[in-house]
Design a protein around this ligand. Structure first.
Ligand SMILES: O=P(O)(O)OC[C@H]1O[C@H](O)[C@H](O)[C@@H](O)[C@@H]1O
Ligand SMILES: [Fe+2]
Length: 192
């Protein structure tokens, strides 16, 4: 749905603390929709016996997928864990692989896990007040390592597209888990 005139100028409210907007459309992802993505499937099943927690939600503006436009919005990733693994977004490659993305952390703390099709991986902290550049060709998944919502503003080429398939079937090479010393990046035991 195009509620905005993308060939004209417009402004949108985004709350600095919670990322919410009156104008944007909300999409919610619950644990039941992504339980296979966490490495400890038993821990996920156990949580789901009691409740189906909201893992994250994002707020977009229905930008047309046109070359030259910029899609933007916010993601609110809630704190929590499935077993030792922190709540995270599904993550994706862009269908047009050669397109980058910028994230600005409005609140909370976390980590961006990235990998390219050649298997090179990168992890970068998401810190309140910092912008993070996700380069072309890298799949990106954000992880909340704190105990408050991780709130991020993002923008990317409107025609980039989302490719979940590769990540959904193979998973990420690296995952972020909580150990006694704090958050640690480890090899994904489920990765194949
Ligand atoms: O697409 P997901 O991995 O579920 O993440 C949710 C959303 O958050 C990101 O910030 C992206 O820029 C959005 O395009 C994306 O759809
Ligand atoms: Fe993206």
């Amino acid at each position: 749905m195009n509620r905005f005139q993308w060939d004209s100028s417009f402004s949108v409210d985004f709350n600095l603390q919670n990322g919410f907007s009156e104008k944007a459309e909300t999409t919610k992802r619950y644990l039941s929709q992504m339980k296979e993505m966490f490495y400890d499937t038993n821990a996920a099943e156990k949580i789901l016996e009691q409740e189906d927690p909201l893992i994250y939600e994002f707020h977009e503006l229905g930008c047309p997928m046109r070359e030259g436009d910029l899609a933007f919005g916010t993601t609110i990733l809630y704190p929590g864990k499935v077993g030792e693994e922190y709540f995270m977004t599904k993550g994706h490659f862009h269908t047009i692989l050669d397109t980058a993305e910028v994230y600005y952390t409005l609140d909370g703390e976390g980590c961006m896990i990235m990998e390219n099709p050649e298997g090179e991986t990168m992890e970068m902290p998401l810190k309140k007040g910092e912008a993070l550049y996700v380069p072309r060709r890298y799949a990106h998944r954000s992880v909340n390592t704190g105990d408050t919502p991780l709130v991020m503003f993002f923008t990317f080429a409107a025609n980039a597209g989302h490719d979940y398939g590769t990540i959904e079937t193979k998973g990420y090479r690296k995952i972020l888990v909580e150990k006694e010393c704090g958050p640690v990046v480890i090899d994904n035991p489920k990765w194949s």
